[in-house]
Design a protein around this ligand. Sequence first.
Ligand code: FES
Length: 135
Amino acid sequence: LFNYTRKKIMYNERVIKEFSNPQNVGEMKDANAVGTVGNATCGDIMKIFMKINDDGVIEDVSFQTFGCGAAIATSSVATSMIKGKTVDEALKITNQQVVDELGGLPAQKLHCSVLAEEAIKAAINDYLTNYKKQK
Ligand code: FES
């Protein structure tokens, strides 16, 4: 298989599974919530799209990233965790919960998990300020 120990970073099997076959990848043309954030540590970028209905429920969510494997794995899990949830519930999801769901990340990759949490918050903020107000 592949050598995932390059640069002495060891990912667990769940993380490898998620970034090898990530869920919810891609652009969403009819999104009413879009959040883009950059990671100050590495300069990578994450974009999250959501379709939020009138009841404030996230009906669909997807992501695009120029981030690393850990960013892809955490975004895959984070987007799956918030699908079907209300915006209030989604705002409470922390990067630590996502990391726990993944069974942990190497310490030097923890900063990558912050991207998904921040992009979710940015997308919901976009919805609340730009979309919901216009209705
Ligand atoms: Fe940039 Fe992981 S190294 S997101």
